[in-house]
Design a protein around this ligand. Structure first.
Ligand code: PEP
Length: 247
């Protein structure tokens, strides 16, 4: 397994320049926790500013358009976020799948464009409560990953998976340790099968869904949990750093 846990803050549609003080505080503290890889994905409008402030933490984008430059009003592509200082991009977040009808096919195209622009990718996957209650969670999540990854090459360098059950995002509910462990194990099995055990071993599988300082230690100590994708608790340096410390 990749050695350092990876803790990534997803700021979603929160944050104006006033948030730069939080980024500075996270960056300063991260310099004392070098055993943890720390990153944030601010809104597009703050990527460059956070990148300029950051000495230690990684900066990424929450999404990108899959195309080259062109007449797509309001869109921002992978090359643009890389130019602004992003080193990675989150793709396939359930809020984008829900709010913008993103399909696995579109997510696959975004991944290709991100790789082309030299970015690392955090691919999100996760089932609804309905799917889990129907007993289909594992097949659904593995299906999402298979079709979104398509012909992905070079996984060890470029790929992180984030398992985020939709019913645990922003709800205060976390999956049980047994649920998290079982799904992460199934995802690892798929990666082993697809890329071979050696390349798969360096792909971190993050958990996301109401991770906070109080539950981080237990979640992050589970087998195959290589870190966390954190939404709400990443908006204050204090709570985000509580998770970094727990890692
Ligand atoms: C997320 O949106 O990626 C997330 C995990 O959110 P929260 O931590 O708020 O559940």
């Amino acid at each position: 397994m990749a050695e350092r846990p990876y803790i990534v803050g997803n700021w979603k549609m929160f944050g104006t320049r006033a948030m730069l003080s939080e980024a500075r505080a996270i960056d300063r503290a991260a310099q004392r926790y070098m055993k943890v890889e720390v990153a944030v994905a601010p809104p597009y409008t703050l990527i460059h500013a956070v990148h300029r402030e950051a000495e230690q933490i990684g900066v990424g984008a929450q999404d990108c358009h899959p195309g080259a430059e062109g007449p797509h009003t309001g869109d921002i592509n992978a090359a643009m976020v890389a130019d602004a200082g992003a080193k990675f991009v989150i793709v396939g977040h359930s809020e984008r799948r829900q709010d913008h009808g993103e399909t696995n096919e579109l997510i696959n195209a975004k991944i290709d464009s991100a790789i082309e622009a030299g970015l690392r990718v955090i691919l999100c996957c996760g089932e609804s409560l309905e799917t889990r209650d129907a007993g289909d969670a594992e097949a659904f999540v593995l299906g999402q990953i298979k079709s979104a990854l398509g012909s992905f090459e070079d996984p060890a360098e470029r790929l992180t998976i984030a398992y985020e059950p939709i019913w645990a995002i922003g709800t205060g509910r976390t999956a049980t340790s047994a649920d998290i462990e079982a799904m992460h194990k199934a995802i690892r099995g798929l990666l082993d099968e697809t890329y071979g055990a050696e390349a798969s071993a360096d792909v971190r599988i993050l958990y996301g869904g109401s991770v906070k300082p109080e539950n981080a230690k237990e979640i992050l100590s589970l087998p195959e949990v290589g870190g966390a994708l954190v939404g709400g608790a990443s908006l204050s340096a204090e709570s985000f750093l509580g998770i970094v410390v727990a890692a």
